[in-house]
Ligand binder design. Structure first.
Ligand code: GLU
Length: 287
């Protein structure tokens, strides 16, 4: 792992030279033509897909955007030559991520986006930049949901287009009733109203919701993460130059302390990331 990172640091110099070349016009905004042949980004802004409703990860608050995904995205965009004023934030709900990348609505996606083989058929991934684990959010007094196997015919909310929903349906409780929501905020509202028995997705997402003031003392996270969700940076399939430039930026972020700061600034004290897995090793840009 260390070895890999050192190599990546060495190539970061080259990448930043390339990136500067690609986007030198964006710092003063005077020239909108970027060299699309280098990184495949056109125009003088970079379009980044994030979640708009996930506290601690990707949250739109008026005109500002905050969270760990946002901070990682900003760091990477800055290294690619785009300052914060030259980032266009685009909402990327779970079910839309591949489409937004494929049709060019976004250049990069930082949206709690797990790298999976099925998704790699359609898009490419830099990273991962974080590893989370799937878990459950239940009401504070629930005692009968302790993991993915004991769900019986309970009503479980998860989001369409997420791996979390598919996995429960395909690999675990066959009798479970899946409530297909569009966003996690919708699921959490349903849980608060008692309309579903549990919400399932990544622990870091659930922790962000559970820490919201309006839900204080209402929920608990079961605390048995049963998967490894490798959060990748989604980009157009086969754009190896962009993938490598993103990985070089991420390597710098891991090494200069900004990644750790972004993680601790954005996650609630109740959430302990698995530091045996983080920061993660990259998967490489070949596939
Ligand atoms: N990380 C999982 C996924 O990419 C669940 C979270 C989400 O839907 O954003 O499917």
């Amino acid at each position: 792992m260390r070895m890999k990172k050192k190599l990546a640091v060495a190539s970061a110099v080259l990448a930043s030279v390339l990136a500067l070349g690609a986007c030198s016009s964006s710092s003063d905004g005077s020239d909108s033509a970027t060299d699309e042949s280098t990184l495949g980004i056109s125009g003088d802004t970079i379009k980044i897909g994030i979640k708009f409703d996930q506290p601690g990860l990707g949250l739109k608050d008026g005109d500002t955007y905050k969270g760990f995904d946002v901070d990682v995205a900003k760091y990477v965009a800055n290294k690619l030559g785009y300052d914060d004023d030259h980032i266009t934030w685009v909402e990327a709900i779970s079910a839309q991520r591949e489409t937004l990348i494929q049709n060019g609505s976004v250049d990069l996606v930082f949206a709690t986006y797990s790298i999976t083989d099925a998704r790699k058929e359609q898009v490419s991934f830099a990273g991962p930049y974080f590893i989370a684990g799937q878990d459950f959010l239940v009401s504070k007094d629930n005692t009968d949901i302790t993991g993915p196997n004991d769900l019986g015919s309970k009503i479980l909310c998860s989001v369409e287009g997420s791996i979390s929903a598919e996995r429960i349906r395909d690999d675990y409780s066959k009798d479970v009733q899946l409530y297909p929501a569009q966003t996690y905020s919708e699921c959490v509202e349903l849980l608060a109203a008692g309309s579903v028995d549990a919400v399932t997705t990544d622990d870091i997402i659930l922790a962000g919701f559970a820490a919201q003031e309006q839900y204080a003392d209402k929920f608990k996270i079961v605390g048995n993460p049963f998967t490894e969700e490798k959060y990748g940076v989604g980009l157009k399939k086969g754009n190896t130059a962009l993938c490598e430039a993103v990985n070089d930026a991420l390597t710098e972020m891991f090494n200069d302390g900004s990644w750790e700061k972004a993680l601790s600034d954005n996650t609630p004290s109740s959430y302990t990331p698995n530091m045996k897995l983080n920061p993660p090793e990259f998967e490489g840009c070949d596939s």
